[in-house]
Design a protein. Sequence first.
Length: 251
Amino acid sequence: MSDAFANRVALVTGGSRGIGRATALRLARDGADVAISYASRSADAEQVVTEIRALGRRAICVPCNVARPDEVDRLVAQTRSALGPIDLLAHCGAISNLCDHSALSYRLWLETIDVNLNGTYLVVFAVKDEMIARRFGRIVLVSSVAALRPRKMQIHYAASKAGVIALARCCGEAFAPHGVRINCVAPGLIETEMARVLPDEARTRLVAETPIGRIGQPEEMASVIRFLLSEESSFMTGETLCASGGRITLP
């Protein structure tokens, strides 16, 4: 444990499981009070809150569909009311599935873009004005390596996550003069429920193609997010870090 985020308030979307859960716990261990949002798993979210409070930090959980402006506004308002102004945002909430182009409907396309890209816009723009007014804010968005290479079964998902990278890049330039940094993480294959949409043979193939030779863990992504939220990355904004065990590299 450290005090890197002492007296800071963090908001972690998608914080009930996977990368979001690991990130919420990591920030709490480093001194932050943490609010998490969740889509439907209230019991899992409450468990994360219990674990954060056991670390001596304040914590709340709030249900939120990030594609709905009213719910995002409520999430931010409840976080401010319970914990104070938001200093740190880790936006981890997203949806994913596989779909061949022949079956990719406009409804599925819209749903994916709405949650993964429009939802990212809504959360970022719900917190950025207060951060700018206070001249302090640190934001990390979670994209995917699917945004960086062709994915014939994830046309909708890859497009949405590529938009997240562009959003971080553009907001990085826009927010920097006002004391706010925003960066992005593009995880590779990570041991989460989202990765389990892949067939076993696909997972085996991807691990074989990974130089490090294994699947990544949520805690490893939380460490990257923690770095980008901390002052250890003070000369970085608008960047995307690819964390894929060497399977995909930038540029």
